[in-house]
Design a protein around this ligand. Structure first.
Ligand code: SF4
Ligand code: SF4
Length: 332
C-alpha cells in the first residue's frame, strides 16, 4: 500500500529503476506528479517489476501508487488477448487431491499446467493434499497488466477458499500467492491458517533431513521473480536452502535487488526495450559461470527456458533442484 507520509521525495525509487533513465530531479518531479494523481511519464514506462517498492528506503511502496494510477489512467497498452488470459485465471478448472490430513496442504494456484516434469513429487511433497485451479487463483498477476483493483476485490474470496480447505498450514508454490498473503494486512483481512512460502517449506525439509541430502556442488544463476519484492524476508531463507543443498548462487549483476523481470509479458508490449534486457539477463548468468538458471516462478521459466538452453544454461525449477539434491532427479 502506498504510504504517502513516508515519502521524503528523495527520488531513489525511480533513479534506481532499471527500465528508465531518470536523474534525481526527473525522478522527484515524477513522484510529485504521481502524488497529485496525474498521468506522469513513468506510468507508461513502468513494466510492473515491483522493484521500486524494495528500492524505496522509507517503505513508502511507490510501485503500489504507480500501479493504482496505471489503472486509473489506463496507461499500459495491454493487448486484449493478455487481458483475457489474466481473466481466465479465475475460471480455470479446480481440483483438490486429498492427502494426509496431518500434513500441510500444497496450493499450486493456477500454475499446474506450467510446471515442468517432476516439479511436484518425491519425499517433500508426496502425501500432501494438493489444491489447484481457478478457485485458488491469487490475482496478484493483475499488477502486470497495470491493474490494482482486482487484488483487493478478490482478496477475501481468495482467503475464504483456502480456509475452506480446513488446513492448519498451507504451502504456496507460487511466489505470487505468498506475495498476496503479505498484502492481507493492508486489506484488513485475517488469515486463519499458517501460510508458508515454498522456499521456507523446502528449507525446513532439508534442515530436518540432512542425511537425505547429497550436495550438488553446482553454480547456478537465480531468476528472482517480481513477486519476491513483496516477500523480501524469504531471501535469507533461500540462501540458507542453497547452502544446505550445496548450490552456489552466483553473485551476478541481475540478482537480488537488481533482478530483472523475466520479460514474459512486456517483451510483447515493448519488444525493443525489453528483449535486449532479457538477453542481457541470460548473458549475465553465463558471464558469472553459472551452469544452470534456477526459477521460482513457472512462468519466468517458460519465458526464459529456451534462451537459457541456447546459452548452455540448464533451466531448472526450484523444486526440481532440491529434488536433485535429494537424489530423486538427475542434474541435467
Ligand atoms: S515497478 Fe519496476 S519498472 Fe516500474 S517504476 Fe518501479 S522499478 Fe521501474
Ligand atoms: S517513494 Fe521512497 S524512494 Fe521514492 S521518492 Fe518517496 S521516499 Fe524516495
Amino acid at each position: 500500500m502506498w504510504e504517502a507520509e513516508k515519502c521524503n521525495l528523495c527520488g531513489e525509487c525511480l533513479v534506481r529503476c532499471q527500465y528508465v533513465d531518470f536523474d534525481q530531479d526527473k525522478a522527484v518531479s515524477e513522484i510529485r506528479e504521481l502524488m497529485a494523481g496525474r498521468p506522469a511519464e513513468i506510468l507508461k514506462e513502468c513494466v510492473t517489476c515491483c522493484a521500486c517498492n524494495e528500492y524505496c528506503p522509507t517503505g513508502a511502496n511507490p510501485f503500489d501508487l504507480i500501479n493504482r494510477l496505471q489503472e486509473v489512467h489506463q496507461s499500459l497498452p495491454i493487448p486484449e488477448k493478455m487481458r483475457k488470459f489474466m481473466d481466465a485465471g479465475g475460471t480455470m478448472p479446480s481440483a483438490v487431491i486429498g492427502g494426509d490430513a496431518s500434513k500441510p496442504v500444497l496450493s499450486l494456484c493456477v500454475m499446474d499446467p506450467a510446471l515442468p516434469p517432476g516439479a511436484v513429487g518425491g519425499r517433500m511433497f508426496d502425501g500432501m493434499t494438493v489444491a489447484k485451479g481457478g478457485e485458488y487463483f491469487c490475482y496478484l498477476g493483475y499488477v502486470h497488466i497495470g491493474m490494482d483493483s482486482p487484488l483487493k476485490a478478490h482478496a477475501q474470496e481468495f482467503i475464504d477458499r483456502l480456509a475452506g480447505l480446513g488446513a492448519r498450514e498451507i504451502v504456496f508454490l507460487h511466489a505470487d500467492c505468498h506475495a498476496m498473503l503479505n498484502k492481507m494486512p493492508e486489506y484488513g483481512i485475517d488469515v486463519p491458517f499458517k501460510a508458508t512460502h515454498l522456499i521456507e517449506y523446502m528449507r525446513d525439509y532439508v534442515k530436518a533431513h540432512p542425511d537425505q541430502v547429497s550436495p550438488l556442488n553446482r553454480r547456478i544463476a537465480y531468476q528472482r521473480p517480481c513477486a519476491s519484492r513483496y516477500s523480501p524476508e524469504i531471501e535469507p531463507v533461500l540462501d540458507d536452502l542453497f547452502e544446505r543443498i550445496g548450490v552456489e548462487r552466483v553473485e551476478r549483476t541481475y540478482d537480488r535487488e537488481s533482478a530483472l523481470c523475466c520479460g514474459g509479458l512486456f517483451s510483447r508490449i515493448y519488444p525493443d526495450r525489453i528483449k535486449p534486457l532479457m538477453a542481457g539477463n541470460l548473458q549475465d548468468a553465463v558471464e558469472h559461470q553459472a551452469e544452470a538458471m534456477v526459477f521460482l516462478c513457472p512462468l519466468c521459466m517458460a519465458t526464459l527456458a529456451k534462451g537459457a538452453h541456447a546459452q548452455n544454461l540448464k533451466p531448472i525449477f526450484i523444486t526440481q533442484l532440491v529434488r536433485m539434491a535429494l537424489g530423486e532427479l538427475p542434474f541435467p
